[in-house]
Structure formats: C-alpha cells, structure tokens
Design a binder for this molecule. Structure first.
Ligand code: HEM
Length: 412
C-alpha cells in the first residue's frame, strides 16, 4: 500500500469503508502516516489524523475551529455543509452560551429520570418487531424508530412528521457529492418544518397560564424572553438536535446487535449477566466506528502533530474510529472485552464539543439491549454478518439487520 504525505493518494471514504470490520488501512496509517494528506468524497484536501493522542488534540484544542467550517469557501466533506446556528458550527464563547441553554435537559440526573419511559418505548418497538414476523428487520422496526421517538418527544415534535424527518436526515448525511442538491433541499425542508413548528408553539405559549412542555418550548421562551439565542440559532439547534440525536443512536443499536450476534456466545453472556451491560455498552461504543473520519475542523493557527505541521486555514479530520483501536492507548484493541479497564474511548468526542447527548445515548443503548435480551428468545442473524450492507453516509450503520428469534426458525 502506498500513501504519500505530499500527494493526495488517500481518498475518503476508503474503498473498504462500508464493511463489518474496519479497513486495515487505519492501522497502517496510524503506524506509517499518522497525520497524512487526504481528499474527501467532495474532492477537498484535508489532513487525516489517526493516533489517539493526536485525535484528542484535534477534538479539543481551540486552534482547531468548528466555526471556520461554515465560513464561505471552507471545504466540506459531505454532500452538504453544516448550517450556521448549530452547536457543532460554533466556537466558544458563542458555543458556551448556546450549549448552556440546552445542557440542563441532558444531564445525567435528568436522563436517569427518563429511563423508565425510555425502557417502555424500547419495549413498544420490540413488540412491533415481533409482530412483524420472522425474519424481521431490526433497523426498520426497532433501531430507527425508537431513538427517533425519544428525540421527538424530548424536543416536542408531533408524530405525524416523523417519517419525513427520518427521510430528510438520511439525505442530509449523504457522503455523495452528487447528492448536494437533494441534501440542501432536505436541510431546507427540515428548517422550514421547524420554523412552522416554532410558530405554532409560540402561539400556544402566548396563551396566559400555558406552561412549557418540552425542550423546544423552553428554547422559544429563552429566545423570546431574554433574547439569549437568535432565531437562526433556535432553528439550527432544533434541526441538529433532532438529526444528531437519533441517527447516531439508531446506527449504534444496529451495529451493537450485529457485533453481539456475530458470536452468539457474546449475546448469551450479556443476557445471563445483565450487570455487565453498562461496561459492554462502553466497549461496543469503542469498538464500533460511528463514522470514518468524524467532523471537519479548520486550523486557525499553525499546529504541529506527530512531526507534521498543519498550517493556518488547512482542514483536518480526526478519525475517532482509528483512535479507538490505537494499540498505544488500548491493550488488545481489536478484541471486545467486557472487563476493559480505563475505557476512555473518544466515541462521544472530547473537549467542549463532547457529545451533548452522551448520557441519553448510553441509557437508550443499555435499555435497547436489555429489552432485546428479554423479548427475543433465541435471536440470530438471518444472513451472515459479513453480508450485511452498510449505509454510505457520514454515519456508519447497517442498512438492514434481518433477525430470526424463535427456536424453530429456519436454519436451526
Ligand atoms: C451513540 C450515540 C451517539 C454518538 C456516538 C455521538 C457522538 C458524538 C460526537 C463524536 C460528538 C462530537 C463531535 C465533534 O466534536 O466533532 C457529538 C456531539 C454532539 N452530539 Fe452526539 N452522539 C450520540 C448521540 C447523541 C444524542 C442522543 C444526542 C441528543 C441530544 C446528541 C447530540 C449531540 C450534539 C448536540 C452534539 C454537539 C455538541 C457540541 O458541539 O457542543 N448526540 N456526538
């Protein structure tokens, strides 16, 4: 394999990116070219960073800006760039002000209060999966609708538009440059949808005695009361919370189930020892790459990483997936181990942009697994794990996970 530090021979996504196991190129890059030039799917030059220590620096060092990514002319790796007004497109201090408005909803304490409700929702969707009959697709019946409903209820998005929201999110996350127009249109449609919703909610909140019922109501009051966020920020926050808050968890549920059922002994052990589930969730989070390269950043000063100088204005992508398998940081990184100590994976990021929904995601993932252990008597993949198709978007996840679960299902 060849990769030049001066040329642009690494093309993203890697040809073997959308597979069950990570491309061997990541291990090679970590070893041979830990900070290397690459080109994104949209043809833009970027620095690609793969070692744990360097990835952590890129995620947390203020010399790497997220706000610069939405400035005119900045490169972007996916079909459509992020929009201004979202947390992911801001640097401190604007970022800190906006984050302070939403973070109370997602604290560990608030999320723990939601756990019983989250469990009930997981059970509802598990029942729908069972009712669909064998073999049923876990992604369609469980992994996607469950976190979508969690996010919609927290935000205050009514039922009727959920299919559209799911469809729009899919296109927005496309990696395919040819999807630029539909992705832009899907983004516009989501923003228009939230503008209408905010208008309707504002009218309701104007009625004397009416109390806020959800996060969107609280954000509208924050905007209208003390003018602590702009209308662009209000719409940007709603759109990005909805998208970032369900698509990520949905893909991880699919990946987790595939990884566990790939070796049924793993599933069986966790089913018998549910106390292991929190540690297993952490380990599965480390093990499953959510995206190939993570979010883009732009250097706002010259920075040296692993002997390579990244110049002001250059774009950088930090591969969290590669960092999470770095043998310099994790013993035996390619093995799933429920007893792993000090599992400081970077799957939720690091630094000021650390995932706002990390506690929520952990609770959803744990309750999803516990529910499936309970409800599916003898689950197995209806096709070999190696034949599962992976979605070609910014976020990695299975297209379908067909499951059998009864003892007399075909192949037993
Ligand atoms: C397993 C599920 C999830 C994973 C793996 C995940 C991963 C991440 C990562 C890696 C970042 C940091 C990106 C960066 O710094 O470049 C992030 C940020 C973020 N995540 Fe998550 N996420 C998940 C679930 C959620 C959920 C359920 C929510 C719902 C609230 C959410 C909302 C956000 C938001 C709003 C940000 C931006 C935070 C900021 O910029 O301050 N995520 N997430």
């Amino acid at each position: 394999m060849t990769a030049s530090r001066d040329g642009y021979e690494i093309r993203l996504p890697l040809p073997d990116a959308f597979t069950l196991d990570p491309s061997p190129t990541w291990a090679w890059l970590r070893q041979e070219a830990p900070v290397t030039r690459a080109r994104t799917a949209t043809g833009h030059p970027v620095w690609l960073v793969t070692r744990y220590a360097d990835v952590k620096t890129v995620l947390s060092d203020p010399r790497f800006s997220r706000a610069a990514v939405v400035r005119p002319g900045a490169p972007f790796p996916a079909a459509t760039p992020p929009r201004p007004g979202t947390l992911m497109a801001l640097d401190p201090p604007e970022h800190s002000r906006l984050r302070a408005l939403v973070s109370p909803t997602f604290t560990r304490r608030r999320v723990e209060q939601l756990r019983p409700w989250i469990r009930q929702l997981a059970e509802k969707y598990a029942d729908q999966l069972l009712a669909a009959g064998e073999p049923a697709d876990l992604v369609r019946w469980f992994a996607r609708p469950f976190p979508l409903e969690v996010m919609c209820v927290i935000l205050g998005v009514p039922d009727r538009q959920r299919d559209d929201l799911r469809r729009w999110t899919d296109v927005v996350y496309s990696l395919n440059a040819a999807d630029a127009e539909p992705a832009g249109a899907a983004y516009d449609a989501m923003e228009d949808y939230f503008r209408d919703l905010v208008r309707a909610k504002r009218e309701r909140l104007a009625t004397p005695g009416v109390q806020p019922e959800d996060l969107l109501d609280e954000l509208i009051l924050a905007r209208d009361g003390a003018d602590r966020l702009s209308e662009t920020e209000l719409i940007g926050l709603s759109t990005s919370l909805l998208a970032a808050g369900h698509e990520t968890t949905a893909n991880q549920i699919g990946c987790f189930v595939v990884e566990l059922l790939r070796d049924p002994a793993r599933w069986e052990r966790l089913r018998r020892e549910p106390d292991l589930v929190p540690a297993a969730v952490e380990e599965l989070l480390r093990f499953n790459r959510l995206s190939e390269t993570g979010q883009l950043r732009i250097a706002v000063a010259d920075v040296e990483l692993s002997g390579q100088t990244i110049r002001t204005g250059e774009a950088v992508m930090a591969s969290v997936g590669a960092a999470n398998r770095d043998p310099e940081r994790f013993d035996d990184p390619d093995t799933l181990r429920w007893d792993r100590k000090d599992n400081a994976h970077l799957t939720f990021g690091y630094g000021v942009h650390y995932c706002l929904g990390a506690h929520l995601a952990r609770v959803e993932l744990a309750e999803a697994l516990l529910t499936l252990f309970d409800r599916l008597p003898a689950p197995r993949l209806a096709i070999p794990a190696e034949q599962i198709q992976w979605r070609r978007t910014v976020l990695r996840g299975p297209v379908e996970v067909p499951l059998y679960w009864s003892a007399d299902a075909p192949g037993r």
